[in-house]
Design a binder for this molecule. Structure first.
Ligand SMILES: Cc1cc2nc3c(=O)[nH]c(=O)nc-3n(C[C@H](O)[C@H](O)[C@H](O)COP(=O)(O)OP(=O)(O)OC[C@H]3O[C@@H](n4cnc5c(N)ncnc54)[C@H](O)[C@@H]3O)c2cc1C
Ligand code: FES
Length: 283
């Protein structure tokens, strides 16, 4: 069992959990994720390890409440336990000193890009980070990210904070007024990662995206996380989750992630009904 040692609401539907898991805390690197089960009726869900503290034996996860399992997790409190937390899984992000790099996080992807920003900074890069959100209330980790970035640019869709527009607008402004960029790292909703990849392609600017297909076992056995990259079949859990954005078949990824949308909606609705009635909360 894995104890929740701290819980904090960061924004509407975004919750931070600090979980006791000494082995993972010692081993994890930027880009790694865990697969957890809340209880023995629960589905397995992959979540990025946002941070860790080897001394206290804890890892930090930031979770967007989007469906049944993330809702169930959001109801857990400090002192509660989770049934399984397996990891660290996936490959660490390729980190090297490339001079100036741009890191882009959109939505909960801001949490997922944080360990990459930190690792790139530690490797000696000049790190420019762009955070994108729909509005100012959804901007998260601003202080933490600014501490490990040389430049932080915030872009909100409604203009309530920072630049008005999308992360690609901020990236375009930055590229036009600055010099060479070694690489771009983007984590966020699939349309955002696709837009960033489309934008950087004509500049031949190396772009890494962190793919979020459906996952089950996280060990390359089930095939749920199959993606096509450069015309080849890859499994995001063991070959990724990061890939060269210019090579990714985003249309296929979107179609595969939508395959169970109706069932996921029904599952969330049933869960919320049962929760409201105070009855069984599994299924
Ligand atoms: C490597 C990786 C790292 C991730 N890191 C984070 C993170 O740090 N924080 C965070 O909030 N989310 C993260 N996700 C996404 C998270 O796993 C899903 O939001 C979660 O599984 C949804 O479960 P649910 O039961 O609440 O929703 P569901 O009802 O199952 O689905 C709701 C929506 O989430 C998508 N989804 C469902 N299951 C998965 C899955 N296993 N993987 C990816 N997408 C899924 C569906 O396409 C659907 O649109 C990550 C995904 C991957 C693959
Ligand atoms: S999650 Fe099963 S093969 Fe990747």
């Amino acid at each position: 069992m894995f104890e929740i040692v701290a819980k904090e609401s960061l924004a509407p539907v975004l919750t931070k959990f600090v979980i006791r898991s000494p082995f993972i805390a010692r081993k994890r690197k930027a880009g790694h994720f865990v697969i957890l089960r809340v209880d023995d009726h629960g589905e397995r869900i992959p979540l990025t390890i946002v941070d860790s503290d080897a001394e206290s034996g804890t890892i930090t996860l930031i979770v967007q409440t989007i469906g049944k399992t993330t809702k169930l997790l959001s109801l857990k409190e400090k002192g509660d336990t989770l049934l399984d937390v397996a990891g660290p899984l996936g490959n660490p992000t390729p980190i090297e000193n490339l001079g100036t790099v741009v890191c882009i996080g959109g939505g909960v992807g801001t949490a997922e890009i944080f360990p990459i920003v930190k690792a790139l900074k530690e490797a000696g890069n000049r790190v420019v980070t762009i955070i994108g959100a729909r509005n100012k209330d959804l901007v998260i980790l601003e202080r933490e990210i600014s501490e490990v970035s040389d430049t932080l640019i915030i872009a909100t869709e409604d203009g309530s904070r920072g630049l008005k527009g999308l992360v690609t607008d901020a990236l375009s402004d930055y590229i036009q007024s600055n010099g060479h960029i070694g690489a771009v790292y983007a984590v966020g909703p699939i349309p955002m990662m696709r837009a960033v990849s489309n934008f950087t392609k004509p500049f031949d600017l190396k772009t890494f995206v962190s793919l979020n297909p459906l996952m089950m076992d996280g060990t390359g056995m089930c095939g749920a996380c199959r993606v096509t990259v450069g015309g080849e079949t890859k499994f995001a859990c063991v070959d990724g989750p990061e890939f060269e954005g210019h090579m990714v078949d985003f249309d296929e990824l979107i179609a595969r992630n939508r395959a169970y949308a109706d069932l996921e909606k029904q599952s969330l609705e049933r869960f919320e009904r049962e929760l409201a009635e105070g009855g069984l909360i599994h299924g």
